[in-house]
Design a protein around this ligand. Structure first.
Ligand code: 9MG
Length: 256
């Protein structure tokens, strides 16, 4: 899954893809590099990020989704927590909802059930503005697992089919480095459940902390984490550096 942020303040490619043509070109480039889905987001979820109005988010993502659709049928996921944005994005041509809030906003579960699209439910403690202040867990893997299973069960009760649900432990979302490492080392406990698991490490600060490197020098660290996650059963990877990650994952895939 290649990341396409269409926010002016994105931490990794801020402002660069403001223009629709550039966003489409980047999406097509990621497709050519091996991405099997493009994840489009119009609201930053990085730590400390401020929320944006739904109307602004819709304005940012819909024009880009429509423009990609004119040139490619690559599956698109919409990275949002707002049901109105989910609906507008799917009507414009998106095929999946990727929600860092695991469809907890009022109306989100019902909206996705009605849209009939797959959903990625991600774990996050707190909210992006404050989530890194002092995250606490009794047992981080058990807490994340229980949360995701509860959310999956709520989705299924609302009519979302089990095979339309992906789970994501939410690396970096309300977690210390120790929590992230615990989650990675015990990722098999999540992958053993009956849902595919998606992970995202790309350029995140957990890599920067371990490596002491800025955001543009974390590619190899992100690939190392992705390879470890593959070994534990994850099969979906949300990444900026598609070509490099794709090569690494093809090597992993050749063994399975
Ligand atoms: C939007 N977004 C940022 N990081 C993410 C991650 O790790 N997983 C998912 N599903 N979405 C993310």
């Amino acid at each position: 899954m290649g990341i396409l942020n269409v926010t002016p303040d994105s931490f990794s490619d801020g402002g660069e893809f403001d223009h629709i043509d550039a966003a489409v070109a980047r999406a097509l480039e990621m497709q050519a590099q091996g991405a099997s889905m493009i994840d489009i987001g119009g609201e930053s979820t990085r730590p400390g990020a401020q929320p944006v109005e739904a109307s602004q988010e819709i304005e940012r993502v819909v024009s880009v989704i429509e423009a990609i659709r004119r040139q490619s049928d690559i599956p698109i996921s919409i990275d949002t927590s707002k049901p109105v944005v989910m609906k507008a994005a799917v009507q414009a041509g998106a095929n999946m909802v990727n929600d860092v809030n695991a469809l907890r906003a009022a109306g989100s579960v019902e909206c996705c059930a009605e849209l009939g699209v797959p959903v990625c439910l991600m774990h996050m403690q707190g909210e992006p503005r404050t989530m890194q202040k002092s995250p606490e867990y009794s047992d981080v893997m058990m807490d994340v697992r229980d949360f995701l299973l509860t959310r999956a069960s709520i989705c299924m009760d609302a009519g979302i089919a089990a095979d339309q649900i992906l789970l994501d432990p939410g690396f970096g979302f309300g977690k210390t480095l120790e929590h992230n490492l615990q989650l990675l080392s015990r990722l098999n406990e999540l992958c053993e459940l009956d849902f595919p698991v998606l992970v995202g490490f790309s350029r995140k600060s957990m890599l920067g902390t371990i490596l002491d490197r800025p955001v543009d020098q974390r590619v190899i660290g992100g690939i190392a984490a992705a390879v470890i996650a593959y070994g534990k059963g994850a099969r979906w990877f949300r990444v900026h550096d598609v070509a490099e990650t794709s090569d690494a994952l093809k090597i992993c895939g050749a063994l399975h």
